[in-house]
Each structure stands twice: as structure tokens, then as C-alpha cells.
Design a protein around this ligand. Structure first.
Ligand SMILES: Cc1cc2nc3c(=O)[nH]c(=O)nc-3n(C[C@H](O)[C@H](O)[C@H](O)COP(=O)(O)OP(=O)(O)OC[C@H]3O[C@@H](n4cnc5c(N)ncnc54)[C@H](O)[C@@H]3O)c2cc1C
Length: 541
């Protein structure tokens, strides 16, 4: 019996892994003794989309960069011993088109407009069917509107309008963009064009509807024209001011942003008739780096997990711990930004379901699995996940109004944190959670797996923050009786010891969060020790 696991987490999902899953399901039809499942992160995010094949309970083989149907077929061959037929020329083409559509849909769901547009212009150029081409051009125009690039949207809409003659939705889209650009004369001309196009009395209802839409958006534009500070909105994002940078190690700093814009939303959506869903959450930063190879827009999109709470976000404050990579496209840009500058942050997005602490995917069987204890295996900036989880153990920070805040998480939690000696992050928070004398927001144990600092040729981003003496926060942390330091990397003995201690309470969920090499090796280590795939949640960080 073989099992194929198709990663459905962050990077893989963004690179079409949902379509890979469907592709493999399609290609495997007729072959016995093989099942296909969605899985959490397999730990090779930079080579997404990824698939693991487990045969007869033996160790898995990892298959990366499944970016063509042929590669999915190869996975099926490895799993079943049979090569699926791709003879039908239509099949491969259909599956490829489904995959790019899926990728675009995921990026669109995540409101990552640059990623959603990546490769679309080329796809349009290569699409022979006129109707399909026009549909893609219309789609691209809508994405440009979402991104606030109205002139570019209008260029595509002009092409669509001349190809798809007398189509109401195209007239309405053109009208809305003209209104956003306050090109009122052209909006009037368009209204006349609509009147001519739908002269036929049988189509008068269409004319009336389109004219109403054009009139309304024109009126809205006139009203907003009075606002001279008007900045073009980006759908799903709001502007935040960089109001503080507090270095916490030679590589990382806490970036503090403030915003008064109501469009910032909230991680804790509620209201009459709404069920409250607890979740850990993150936001997407638009790093305005200019021309880039991630899409046609002048920014790149990167996710960050706030340390601060939903209450702070609603007040217009957010703290994000960010590690600066000298070769990192977004972080090297951020490092150059000065206090007072404005950046775009998305509305909060869900990372994990709480209390299950699983990724939200209908493909994951883990949704139904309960835990009685939690072990967090964290590395580097992956430590930020601890803050989000611990907020849900604390009545002061979990979701809920001040009168009914009952923490949804109460099971014992321990952490093993792999970090370099010169890059121990969140020591003060870890100390606070370890010292807690109630069960609320308490860490049972914290093990620091410390490795030596790397030799650095280049100057470190926050060099000035480094002191030769261990910081007082770290001293405070290691003075706690439930904290220990091991001078080694994360080992399977270390993990086993903590797991055994927690498993006294019952089934244990393990959350892995760190750089992709760490995530991949932790996942393998846990599986080899007999842990069920369903009980492991792997997060990119
Ligand atoms: C849901 C989610 C939440 C995240 N939360 C945070 C957070 O709170 N704080 C934070 O600092 N980051 C976080 N990240 C990572 C973040 O989104 C970026 O990937 C990171 O800031 C690097 O972006 P970049 O453009 O500078 O680097 P890129 O240009 O994408 O990468 C360039 C190089 O940087 C290095 N690099 C990039 N990312 C990593 C990494 N994670 N580990 C090791 N090396 C890396 C590598 O050398 C890589 O080759 C999160 C990621 C996800 C998916």
C-alpha cells in the first residue's frame, strides 16, 4: 500500500498544490493500492509544490517542484509502479490550465495581487482561443483594479471592449475605472455609447441597469474628489506608519506600526449572528521594491506573524518581529525604510485553527484530531508562533469580549527553541510564560537548543544592538527552574524526552515552525519516531 501526500500549506498552495492533488487523483484512477492525501508543510517551501510518497510504511521519498503534469505522472509511477498515460493531448493541456487557474485563485483568495498576476501576460499571449484570451484579459484588468493600477486596467479593458462588443459587465467595469480616475468626460461618452448599444427596446432593461451603475460610480467619484489626500486603495490592504524599530538581536528587530485606517480590519471578526472562530493569524506586507520578477506590480508580498494581540490591532497598533536578510528582497527593502514612512499591511489572515492548532484545509484529516498537550519545535523567527498560541491561553488576550473571555487553549504546552547564541529572540516573553504561576499562558518547560554564532564577514543589520554580555532578558529566562539550555542543535533525543513528558497528559500535537530545512528535518524526525502525520502541524516562518 502506498500513500501520496501532497503539501497543502502556504508556499505549495500558492504554487498550485491543490491542482496537483486533483491531478494525481485523476492520474491514479484505475491503479489499486494507493491513496492520495493533503498534508501539512513537507519542509521544502522554496521548491514548492512538494509531494511525499510513503510505500508500505517505509520511509518517504520527497518529490519537489511538481510544476508539470509529467512530474505528477512520475510521482504516480513511483507510488504505484505504473506509468499513467498522458497520450490524450487534451488531458495534459487541461490539467496545466487548471493548475495555473488554481494558483491564481489561491493568490487571489490571499489578496496577493502581484502573485495572482504572475505569468498572466505570457498566458494571454500564448492563448490561441479568442474567447479564452478575452476572458483572461478581463481577469487581468480586474486584478489591476484591485491593486489600484487603474490606467493599466483601462488598457486591458479597452482591448476587451473592442473584442467583446456590447457586453454589459465590460461597460460597467470600464465605467468604474473611469470614475476612479475621475475622467468624467469619458464617463459621459461611455454612457452615450451604452445608450446607442442597447437601443433595442427588448434590451432596455440592460441599458437602464448599466446607466444606473455608471451614474452611481460617477457620483461617488465626485464626492470623493473633494478629498485631496486621496490615496489609491489596494483591495484588502491599509496603510500603516512605521513608528518604531527596536533591535532585539544583531539580525532582528521588532517593527512597530500604527494605523488609523478602518480598512485594517480585525483578526477577530464578530458581530450579530456570527460565530466566533479562534485562530492564530498573520498579515501580508507589501515591500515596494519596484520592478521585480514575482509579478508585474512594483511590490513583493511577504507574510508576517504579529507578536501583539488582536486588541492592539484593533487599536491600530501592531508589533512584528522581523529578521533582516542581507540578500532578502523584502527585508533588505524594509531595513532601508525610515521611521514615519508608510507601508501597506493586509487585513489579518488565518494561520491556524484554535484550539485544534491545525491548518485550515478540508483535505487535512487532522481537523478532527484532538490533542491533550502541545509541543512547539521552533527555530529562528518561527518563535513568533509561540506568541500567537500563548495569546489563546490567556483570558486577557484570547478572543472574546471582556466579560466572556474563556481561553480556548488550556492543554499543557512546552517549547524547544533552536536558536543561535547571538540570536535568541523573545527571551522576555519566554521567561514570562515559564514563570507564570497560574495555568493561564503558562509554558510547562522551555528548552533552548543553542548553536554557536555564525562567522559573519559582512556587517550585521543591527550590529549596534549586540553586547558582549548576555542580555538581562536571557539571564532572566535561564534563571527559571523549568528552562534548560543545551549547547547543540535540535536532536531526536531532546524531542523524544519532551514528548514523553507531555504524553503523560494524553495525545500530543507538535507544531513545527522555522526555516524550511528545519521544518523538513523535524517532520522526518517525528515521523521516524512513529508520530502520526495528522498530529504534526508545520508552519513556514
Ligand atoms: C505565515 C508566515 C509568517 C511569517 N512570519 C514571519 C515573522 O513574523 N517574522 C519574520 O521575520 N519572517 C516571517 N515569515 C517569513 C517572511 O514571510 C519572509 O519569507 C522573510 O522575511 C524573508 O523575506 P525576504 O523577501 O527578505 O527574503 P527572500 O528574498 O524571499 O529570500 C532571500 C534569502 O533570504 C533567506 N531567507 C528568507 N527567508 C528565510 C527564512 N524564513 N529562514 C531562513 N532564511 C531565509 C535565504 O537566504 C533566502 O535565500 C513568515 C512567513 C510565513 C509564510
Amino acid at each position: 500500500m502506498s500513500e501520496i501526500y501532497v503539501c497543502q500549506a502556504g508556499s505549495c498552495k500558492g504554487r498550485g498544490s491543490e491542482a496537483v492533488l486533483l491531478e494525481i487523483e485523476e492520474l491514479i484512477k484505475g491503479f489499486e493500492g494507493c491513496s492520495v492525501n493533503g498534508s501539512g508543510c513537507l519542509g521544502a517551501c522554496s521548491e514548492a509544490p512538494n509531494v511525499a510518497v510513503a510505500k508500505g510504511g517505509h520511509s518517504e521519498s520527497l518529490h519537489t517542484r511538481l510544476d508539470t503534469v509529467d512530474k505528477s505522472a512520475e510521482v504516480v509511477r513511483v507510488a504505484t509502479g505504473h506509468t499513467p498515460s498522458l497520450q490524450d493531448p487534451g488531458l495534459s493541456q487541461r490539467l496545466t490550465a487548471a493548475r495555473s487557474m488554481r494558483m491564481r485563485l489561491v493568490a487571489r483568495e490571499e489578496q496577493k495581487w502581484n502573485a495572482a498576476m504572475a505569468g498572466m501576460a505570457e498566458q494571454i499571449a500564448n492563448t490561441a482561443d479568442e474567447d479564452d484570451r478575452v476572458e483572461l484579459q478581463f481577469d487581468l484588468a480586474q486584478l489591476y483594479v484591485n491593486a489600484g493600477h487603474y490606467e493599466k486596467a483601462l488598457e486591458y479593458l479597452a482591448v476587451v471592449k473592442s473584442a467583446a462588443v456590447h457586453t454589459p459587465r465590460v461597460y460597467m467595469s470600464v465605467g468604474k475605472v473611469l470614475a476612479k480616475l475621475r475622467r468624467f468626460k469619458e464617463l459621459d461618452d461611455l454612457a452615450e455609447e451604452v445608450a446607442c448599444a442597447f437601443q433595442d427596446p427588448h434590451r432596455a432593461y440592460i441599458r437602464v441597469h448599466v446607466e444606473n451603475v455608471l451614474r452611481n460610480c460617477g457620483q461617488e467619484a465626485v464626492q470623493s474628489a473633494a478629498d485631496s489626500t486621496h490615496v489609491r486603495p489596494i483591495e484588502g490592504y491599509s496603510r500603516w506608519t512605521l513608528s518604531g524599530i527596536v533591535p532585539v538581536s544583531s539580525h532582528s528587530a521588532i517593527y512597530h506600526f500604527t494605523s488609523g485606517e478602518l480598512t485594517r480590519g480585525t483578526p477577530y471578526t464578530r458581530g450579530r449572528g456570527r460565530t466566533m472562530w479562534h485562530q492564530t493569524w498573520h498579515t501580508t506586507l507589501l515591500a515596494e521594491v519596484g520592478h521585480n520578477n514575482e509579478g508585474p506590480l512594483p511590490w513583493i508580498e511577504r507574510d508576517y506573524t504579529p507578536l501583539s494581540t488582536w486588541i492592539d490591532w484593533e487599536k491600530g497598533d501592531v508589533d512584528i518581529l522581523i529578521k533582516i536578510y542581507p540578500d532578502g528582497a523584502a527585508t533588505s527593502w524594509l531595513h532601508k525604510q525610515r521611521l514615519g514612512c508608510q507601508v501597506w499591511l493586509s487585513q489579518p489572515k488565518k494561520t491556524m485553527d484554535v484550539p485544534s492548532l491545525t491548518l485550515d484545509s478540508s483535505r487535512l484529516r487532522s481537523r478532527t484530531l484532538k490533542h491533550h498537550a502541545v509541543l512547539m519545535l521552533l527555530a529562528g523567527t518561527g518563535i513568533v508562533v509561540a506568541a500567537q498560541v500563548m495569546h489563546h491561553m490567556d483570558p486577557n488576550t484570547c478572543f472574546g469580549t471582556s466579560t466572556n473571555r474563556k481561553p480556548p487553549l488550556s492543554s499543557p504546552i512546552s517549547v524547544i527553541y533552536a536558536c543561535r547564541q547571538d540570536d535568541v529572540l523573545m527571551a522576555d516573553d519566554l521567561a514570562k510564560w515559564c514563570a507564570s504561576d497560574t495555568d493561564e499562558a503558562k509554558l510547562q518547560r522551555c528548552v533552548l537548543a543553542m548553536s554557536l554564532p555564525q562567522d559573519q564577514a559582512a556587517e550585521l543589520p543591527f550590529q549596534a544592538a549586540v553586547t558582549s554580555e548576555p542580555a538581562s532578558e536571557l539571564q532572566q529566562l535561564v534563571s527559571q527552574p523549568n528552562v534548560s539550555i543545551v549547547k547543540s542543535r535540535m536532536t531526536s533525543e531532546l524531542v523524544q524526552r519532551e514528548l514523553e513528558l507531555l504524553q503523560e497528559h494524553g495525545q500530543c500535537r507538535v507544531i513545527v515552525s522555522g526555516p524550511e530545512s528545519f521544518n523538513g528535518s523535524m517532520r522526518n524526525m517525528l515521523l521516524q519516531s512513529g508520530m502520526k502525520e495528522d498530529m504534526i502541524t508545520v508552519l513556514s516562518a
